[in-house]
Design a protein around this ligand. Structure first.
Ligand SMILES: [Fe+2]
Ligand SMILES: [Fe+2]
Ligand SMILES: [Fe+2]
Ligand SMILES: [Fe+2]
Length: 421
C-alpha cells in the first residue's frame, strides 16, 4: 500500500462534532492487551504530532504555512482526544501504567527485530531491558497495593520478571547522546522505527511527569518519580538518533507518513470492530495530511516527496506478537551493559572513574531507600516473594532469587554476575 497513491479527502471535511469525538470506552475486563497497547501507542503518536507541529509553528515565519499547521494540528488534537478517551473511567492510573510498559516492551522488541541498522537495533535492545524491568516494578506495586496480578491485564503476552534493574539504569546524562542516522541514506524502516519509538517513549515520559504525583501513597509516588527520570533518559537516547539535518517540512512529511503507516498496520490487525473503524477513519485523515504536506514541501522547498521517502509503499507492517523468547535472549546477553558515550559496554569493563559510577553515587546514596528497590522489598516482606509471571525462568542467575532484590547486578564495579542460558 502506497498512501501517496490514495485519494485524499477535503481537509475541512474531517473535523468531528463533539458527539462523534467522544468514543465508547473499551471494557477493561475484556479488551485484548494488543488492542490496548495499540490505543496507548497511537495516543502517543498523536501527542507527538501535535507537539511537533507546535514547535514547527514557533520556529516558522511564514504565516500561510503557520495557518496550514494550525488546521492540521487541530485535527491531530481531535484524533488524540478520540483515542485517549477510549480509556474507561474504572481503569486506574496504575493499570494504565502496566499498559504503557507493556507497549514499551512489545513495541521495542518488534522494532529491534525489524531494524536493518545494527547501531539503531543496539539502541533498541539496550533500552528494551529497562522498560521490561519497569513493568516488573509497577506490577509489584499493583500486587502490593491492590492485590491485582498484572498478568490478568497483559495475559500471557509478555513475561513479568526483572530486566536490567531500574536502580542500575541511572546514568550520567552525556551517555544518553547517540550518533544520529543519516536520513539521506537510511532505510525507510530505520526512519520510521526511530520516530515511532521516540514518540512512544515521549508519551510515557509525559504521562509519568503529569500523573506520577497523583498516586495514592508515598512508595508509589516515589516509584513514578524514579522511573520518570529513566524515561527522560530514554527520550534523549532515542531522540538523539533522529537526523537533525532534515528540514522542518521534511520532518513533517515523515511524521505524516509514520501516522499513515501505523494506522494502516493497526487497521489490518485490529479485531475489535469499533476500534478498527477508528483506525480506518484516522488513516483517511492522515492520507489527507500527507498529501497536503507533500504539496507544501514541493511549493516551499522545491522538494518532491520521493527524495524523502524514495518508495512510498509501506515496508513490513507493524504487527504485535509474542516477543518473550527474544526479550529473554537479549536479557541473557545484554543485561549487564551500560551506556558508554555513544556506545555500550559491560559495567565490569568501565574504569572506576567513569561518569556512570559518579552519577550512581549521586542518586543512589542510600541503596535501601531507592524506590524501585523498596517496592520489591516491601512485597517480599509482606508475601515472602516478589510478584512475577514467567513463561521460563529468568535467564540471568543473579536475577532469579524471588526472595531478595538484586541491587548490584549491572551496577557495581566489579559486578557479581552469573548468566545461565
Ligand atoms: Fe494524526
Ligand atoms: Fe519504562
Ligand atoms: Fe522507556
Ligand atoms: Fe497527521
Amino acid at each position: 500500500m502506497n498512501p501517496f497513491e490514495q485519494k485524499p479527502s477535503k481537509m475541512e471535511d474531517v473535523i468531528l462534532p463533539w458527539s462523534r469525538l467522544y468514543p465508547e470506552p473499551y471494557n477493561k475486563q475484556s479488551i485484548d492487551p494488543y488492542t490496548k497497547i495499540r490505543i496507548i501507542l497511537m495516543n502517543g503518536i498523536e501527542v507527538e504530532a501535535s507537539l511537533f507541529q507546535h514547535q514547527f509553528h514557533r520556529n516558522c515565519q511564514n504565516n500561510d504555512l503557520r495557518r496550514e499547521l494550525a488546521l492540521i494540528r487541530r485535527i491531530e488534537q481531535q484524533q488524540q482526544k478520540h483515542i485517549n478517551w477510549l480509556k474507561p473511567i474504572d481503569e486506574t492510573q496504575l493499570e494504565t501504567t502496566i499498559g504503557y510498559e507493556h507497549v514499551a516492551v512489545d513495541l521495542t522488541a518488534w522494532l529491534a527485530q525489524n531494524e536493518p541498522n545494527a547501531y539503531v537495533k543496539q539502541a533498541l535492545d539496550f533500552a528494551l531491558l529497562e522498560d521490561f524491568d519497569h513493568l516488573y516494578r509497577y506490577a509489584n506495586l499493583l500486587d502490593l497495593d491492590a492485590q491485582i496480578p498484572a498478568q490478568k491485564l497483559v495475559k500471557s503476552y509478555v513475561d513479568i520478571t526483572p530486566g536490567r534493574p531500574t536502580i542500575a539504569e541511572h546514568r550520567f546524562p552525556y551517555d544518553s547522546v547517540k550518533t544520529p542516522i543519516d536520513a539521506k541514506t537510511a532505510d525507510i524502516r530505520t526512519k520510521l522505527n526511530t520516530l515511532i519509538i521516540t514518540a512512544a517513549e515521549q508519551q510515557t515520559m509525559n504521562f509519568y511527569m503529569n500523573v506520577g504525583n497523583s498516586y495514592h501513597n508515598d512508595v508509589g509516588r516515589q516509584l513514578y518519580q524514579e522511573i520518570a527520570m529513566i524515561e527522560e533518559d530514554h527520550v534523549s537516547h532515542y531522540g538523539s538518533l533522529l537526523d537533525p539535518n532534515c528540514t522542518w517540512l521534511e520532518q513533517w512529511l515523515l511524521h505524516e507518513y509514520m501516522e499513515c503507516y501505523l494506522y494502516y498496520s493497526f487497521y489490518q490487525d485490529e479485531l475489535d470492530l469499533a476500534i478498527k473503524a477508528i483506525w480506518e477513519q484516522h488513516l483517511q485523515q492522515e492520507i489527507t495530511h500527507l498529501h497536503k504536506v507533500a504539496d507544501l514541501l514541493r511549493q516551499l522547498e522545491g522538494t518532491e516527496w520521493q527524495s524523502v521517502i524514495p518508495d512510498g509503499t509501506f515496508p513490513k507492517l507493524l504487527q504485535f506478537h509474542d516477543t518473550r523468547d527474544y526479550v529473554r535472549e537479549v536479557l541473557a546477553k545484554q543485561g549487564s551493559l551500560t551506556a558508554n558515550g555513544q556506545l555500550y559496554a559491560p559495567v565490569s569493563t568501565l574504569p572506576p572513574d567513569h561518569p556512570f559510577f559518579l552519577y550512581q553515587e549521586m542518586v543512589n546514596q542510600d541503596i535501601l531507600s531507592v524506590p524501585s528497590h523498596q517496592v520489591i522489598s516491601r512485597h517480599q516482606q509482606r508475601f515472602n516473594i516478589d510478584y512475577r509471571a514467567e513463561s521460563s525462568p529468568n535467564p540471568v542467575q543473579a536475577l532469579s532469587d524471588r526472595t531478595k532484590d538484586n541491587t548490584s547486578f549491572a551496577r557495581q564495579h566489579p559486578p557479581k554476575q552469573e548468566i545461565s542460558v
